[in-house]
Design a protein around this ligand. Structure first.
Ligand code: ADP
Length: 159
């Protein structure tokens, strides 16, 4: 049986915490869709195409991975892709409450989709897109937090 997973997020931009989760998730599934949420309410720094491009650049050599954009209900997207495994990353305790609620709601929408929570390596657990952007905006060194391609994109944004 082939297993298809979906890893949704804003990825504004992708960082080493996301990359760690994606590498772990690919060990669990045969195909992984990285689903980039439009998230206009979050006023993203990068548009959808830019966010997709940064993920594709990181995983171009991995044919298990496909990057897609979405603006509909996640459960509907998962069903349309026949993805039965929803991947989420857990960082801090405060993530738990939100994730707990989201899992409960999603389960009521479709009880056939299982959510799998993964944790990144200790030094990557604290990374968040918001902090990466803030440090980049202030001219700090973000090389520990994201890859060279994203680093350059952030430099271009804030120059
Ligand atoms: P945010 O909620 O900060 O905007 P995303 O929407 O891009 O982040 O995150 C997508 C998924 O990746 C979520 O499940 C989130 O918990 C997870 N994630 C983000 N950063 C990390 C990290 N450093 N370690 C583990 N999981 C993470």
């Amino acid at each position: 049986m082939s297993r298809t997973g979906i890893y949704p997020g804003s990825f504004d931009p992708i960082h080493k915490g996301h990359i760690d989760i994606i590498n772990r998730a690919t060990k669990l599934v045969d195909k992984l869709y990285i689903a980039v949420a439009d998230s206009p309410h979050k006023s993203p720094l990068f548009d959808l195409d830019e966010r997709k491009e940064m993920i594709e650049n990181e995983f171009s050599s991995n044919d298990k991975i496909e990057v897609i954009a979405f603006d509909n209900l996640l459960i509907d997207l998962a069903n349309s892709l026949d993805a039965k495994i929803l991947i989420r990353g857990l960082r801090v305790v405060s993530d738990f409450e939100y994730e707990f609620q989201m899992l409960g709601m999603n389960r009521q929408l479709d009880n056939n989709i299982e959510t799998v929570f993964l944790m990144a390596d200790a030094q990557r657990q604290s990374i968040s897109s918001n902090f990466v952007k803030e440090i980049a905006r202030l001219g700090g060194n973000i090389s520990n937090f994201t890859n060279k391609f994203v680093e350059q994109k952030l430099k271009d944004k804030f120059k």
